[in-house]
Design a protein around this ligand. Structure first.
Ligand code: NAD
Length: 467
């Protein structure tokens, strides 16, 4: 059943300028999902039968279209989701690179051979497409995340039904315009819509696998529904990422890197730093360096080249973040910087740094998805690891130190899908596996060669001589 309001138009407004309407879109519902799945199913077999080179060529040409429209796409990303223009340009370039990477991966070996029992037969395991895959995406990387699902799905021969976020419908249309003309048929179907359209896609019996990126609560519901009806599920979800600063680190450099990782793009990255765990011996120095670095960040219109922190996606998200900071302070946290809305049009929040003593405090445990970060202290590396691991999430941890021996040890003990040393928690290499542990991720990793695990299934074939 459609949720209340599900049929109202999806309206996309510029988060930096509430008077600037990016567009209005008709939301799809169960019937539209049904139509899209049928069309994808009709196209799937023919597409899967194409030579891999043809699929690779399509993706390369789509990348060319993204590159040709790069400036316009970056403007759209900036305008629709409020991403600082420098990062918006980076996202567009990355989108093209993702398409090209998976175009090439389409030509990788598609299986393995094994010694047969009788020594004469051919025993092999071959990868083949899953069929129709459902893709559900968030708004914060409105073209790169869809690309890192669509590109491998298409490279390995699947047809796709994609439901983008209702906060980034115009970016979704623009990406589809780059892809669709280069594909040999209607193998990418898009349904704009809200939660009801997403749920209809997850529950549709014609969809063989679901790849989801979004919040933990939604991802868990998606995974439950998919598994119940026997569909494969891959869910990449939220984080509560820590940056550990050990006593031997360069505090100024660490603070500058962490401030951007925590507050850049208004903290709206799954890989943003939400907790800084610093060694007790250097806590005072780190506190001062971090406050200075956070206060030095430019919070302004994302159209400005120097902007590092733009608006939140909606007024509701800004107000929820300000309320979380307020609760954090009421619960005993000490506000070191920011926390209030800016006196300007747009959904801006001054980046908030809150010193937190209690590891079970809300700000230490729950993702706010905003420029809000908890500063915590631990006595020594072991205590820091325990604190870093003491949350239900497990996406990424950063460690700042000059001690390589310690890093080798810590990298094994941190229970996150990514560990980054002297680097921001935010940042992803498109050719490496990406995904979280614990509540942050379910199913095979995304990106790089790892993407093949989810978008193909293995068929083991034994061929013996006829006599
Ligand atoms: P969200 O969970 O609200 O929505 C994600 C998508 O799911 C949207 O398209 C939404 O319409 C759809 N959806 C909502 N309810 C659904 C349902 N019941 N069934 C099916 N689909 C449904 O997340 P968001 O606000 O768009 O994105 C922010 C969240 O995404 C944060 O928690 C962030 O950490 C996470 N995120 C994770 C990654 C990652 O790779 N781990 C990357 C980016 C964002």
């Amino acid at each position: 059943m459609a949720a209340a309001g599900a049929t109202a138009d999806i309206v996309s407004d510029n988060p930096a300028d509430p008077g600037d309407r990016v567009g209005s879109f008709r939301p799809g519902g169960g019937i539209d999902v049904d139509r899209a799945v049928s069309a994808a199913r009709d196209a799937a077999a023919g597409y899967a039968a194409l030579p891999a080179q043809a699929r690779a060529d399509s993706l390369h040409r789509a990348a060319g279209r993204v590159e040709a429209r790069a400036a316009e796409l970056a403007e759209l990303v900036r305008r629709e989701v409020g991403k600082p223009v420098l990062e918006a340009r980076g996202e567009v370039a990355r989108t093209a690179a993702i398409l090209r990477y998976h175009a090439q991966a389409a030509l990788d070996p598609d299986g393995d051979t094994f010694p047969s029992g009788d020594g004469r037969s051919l025993l092999m395991a071959r990868r083949r497409p899953r069929g129709v895959v459902g893709l559900i995406t968030p708004w914060n990387f409105p073209i790169a995340i869809p690309a890192w699902k669509l590109a491998p799905a298409l490279a390995y021969g699947n047809a796709c039904v994609w439901k983008p976020s209702p906060f980034s419908p115009a970016c979704a249309e623009a990406l589809l315009e780059c892809l669709a003309p280069e594909l040999p048929g209607p193998v990418v179907q898009m349904v704009q819509g809200r939660a009801d359209a997403g749920a209809a896609l997850v529950g549709h019996p014609g969809v063989h696998a679901i790849s989801f990126t979004g919040s933990v609560a939604t991802g868990n519901a998606v995974a439950r529904m998919a598994v119940e009806r026997g569909a494969a599920a891959q869910c990449e979800m939220g984080g509560q990422n820590a940056s550990i600063v050990l006593a031997d680190a360069d505090l100024e450099a660490a603070a500058a890197t962490i401030a951007t990782a925590a507050m850049g793009y208004a903290g709206q990255k799954c890989t943003a730093t939400s907790r800084v765990i610093c060694d007790g011996a250097t806590a005072a120095g780190m506190r001062d360096a971090l406050v200075a670095a956070v206060e030095g960040l430019r919070v302004e219109d994302p159209a400005e080249e120097a902007c590092r922190v733009g608006p939140l996606i909606s007024a509701g998200a800004r107000d929820a973040a300000a309320a979380a900071v307020k609760r954090g302070v009421e619960a005993g946290g000490r506000l070191l910087a920011g926390g209030g809305p800016l006196d300007a049009p747009g959904n801006y929040l001054a980046p908030a740094l809150v010193e937190v003593d209690d590891p079970s405090a809300e700000l230490a445990q729950e993702e706010v998805f905003a420029p809000v970060c908890a500063l915590m202290r631990a006595d020594g590396a072991d205590a820091a690891v325990e604190l870093a691991n003491g949350v239900r999430h497990g996406l990424v941890t950063a460690v700042f130190t000059r001690d390589l021996d310690r890093v080798l040890d810590l990298a094994n003990r941190l229970d996150t899908g990514l560990v980054r040393v002297n680097q921001p928690t935010s940042g992803v290499d498109l050719h490496t596996p990406f995904g979280g542990e614990k509540a942050s991720g379910l199913g095979p990793r995304e990106q790089g060669k790892a993407a093949r695990e989810f978008y193909t299934s293995l068929r083991t074939v034994l061929i013996s001589p006829s006599c």
